[in-house]
Design a protein around this ligand. Structure first.
Ligand code: T4K
Length: 370
């Protein structure tokens, strides 16, 4: 049988006619960007869906992350995790701050609060934990640490759209949370992102920063950038939001099938949701212990790639091992992150992944055992 290409994910899209209807008015108004009606409507819809008081939309999650750090006027060091996508650390560096790497926890791969606290010094201004794979960090511990040390707490919640902890939306932890609405995410606006934040006074600052620092027709008060979400992306977001609950429900079926297939297999660790969490099933990370499983992560990766199935090593290498940060970090200081990065594979995960494809993937993975 011919191999069928299966990629790590596949963008969710609304029915075409629904999107065409949503953008129809733009052909009458000719208003395509700069905080138009679709942008304003999506902000309202997301405030509602995410159960948050304050939101600002952006052209992508990365710009949102840069912008919120600038708007908070931070100076000094930001403690974060090396087990993440490039964006987290790059955002810190690109706004002139200094990232400091703390280790992650064994069970959910999120930043370890104790490791963070041990690294705080007089130059530390903020903590930036990542809700990696949609696993929520220990938000109580971080709130306590941030309060005791007078630090800003900014979550990279790129993976955590729609996730709740004891019913509390992931948008409502810390001083601010960044969501990515990239095409590869559970909820997408093609490209896009948002900051949800506690202090309403940040709203005009964020909106001005993303629009060149323009504060009025004849005044420019900040050296801002251009990071506005356009009307077509906002329209995509309005449509996708109507279907996101169904998207998450379908992902649940996919996730549960994978977990069933891997349950009890020696040397294979899946990442089931924490007990108090309403998950979004964003990724399907699987950690392979080569001693107990009898094959390495790279063996499994090669076996899948050989039949045109494309898992990804999210997140290998660690950010602290990137060429662009050579000499700046000591990756051996974060041994848990180092081990997980060398053993993890994220398997294909999207709403419409057929059960027979999941079975084919699992058969190949399990067939790697020696
Ligand atoms: N913080 C964290 C923790 C993040 O994970 C990210 C983004 C950010 C911050 C920054 O947010 P944004 O600025 O991106 O909003 C992808 C995404 O581009 C990136 O958004 C995401 N994290 C990261 C984890 O994954 P790549 O380099 O792996 O993407 P790529 O092009 O290889 O695509 C992966 C797969 O997705 C493809 O094999 C097929 C599928 N795909 C891709 C595209 C582009 C689609 O189905 N449709 C598409 O349009 O980074």
């Amino acid at each position: 049988m011919e191999n069928k290409t299966i990629l790590v994910t596949r963008s969710s899209m609304p029915p075409l006619d629904e999107f065409v209807k949503e953008i129809g008015l733009l052909w009458e108004t000719h208003w395509l960007t700069n905080m138009g009606d679709k942008h304003l409507q999506l902000e309202r819809d997301l405030v509602d869906y995410l159960d948050t008081d304050n939101i600002a939309l952006f052209v992508n999650g990365h710009s949102a992350l840069e912008c919120v750090q600038e708007a908070m006027d931070l100076h000094g060091k930001v403690i974060t995790t090396p087990f993440t996508f490039a964006s987290t650390t790059h955002s810190i560096v690109r706004v002139g701050l200094t990232p400091v790497m703390a280790d992650i926890r064994e069970d959910d791969y999120t930043l370890d609060p104790e490791a963070v606290e041990a690294l705080i010094d007089e130059d530390t201004c903020a903590i930036m934990p990542v809700h990696v794979y949609g696993n929520l960090c220990d938000t109580e511990a971080f709130a306590d640490i941030a309060a005791r040390h007078g630090l800003k707490l900014i979550y990279d919640a790129a993976h955590a759209f729609g996730v709740r902890k004891d019913g509390v939306s992931s948008a409502n932890f810390g001083d601010a949370s960044m969501f990515s609405f990239h095409a590869t995410k559970v909820y997408n606006t093609v490209e896009g992102g948002a900051i949800c934040f506690r202090d309403a006074r940040l709203k005009p600052l964020l909106d001005q920063w993303k629009n060149f620092g323009i504060t009025g027709t004849e005044s420019v008060e900040y050296v801002g950038g251009n990071a506005k979400m356009n009307e077509l992306c906002a329209a995509m977001g309005i449509c996708n939001l109507r279907h996101v609950d169904e998207e998450i429900a379908k992902r649940k079926v996919v996730a549960e099938h994978y977990w069933e297939r891997f349950d009890g297999v020696s040397g294979v660790t899946t990442c089931k949701p924490q007990p108090d969490i309403t998950p979004n099933y964003a990724y399907m990370p699987v950690v392979f212990d080569p001693e107990r499983f009898g094959a390495t992560r790279d063996d499994v990766y090669a076996a899948l790639m050989a039949v045109d199935i494309h898992p990804r090593k999210y997140f290998f290498p660690l950010v602290s091992d990137y060429e662009c940060y050579e000499g700046l970090f000591d990756a051996s200081a974060t041994p848990v992150a180092q081990r997980v990065a060398s053993q993890v594979l994220t398997l294909p995960m999207y709403a419409d992944l057929p059960i027979e494809d999941i079975d084919a993937i699992c058969d190949i993975v399990l067939g790697c055992r020696r």
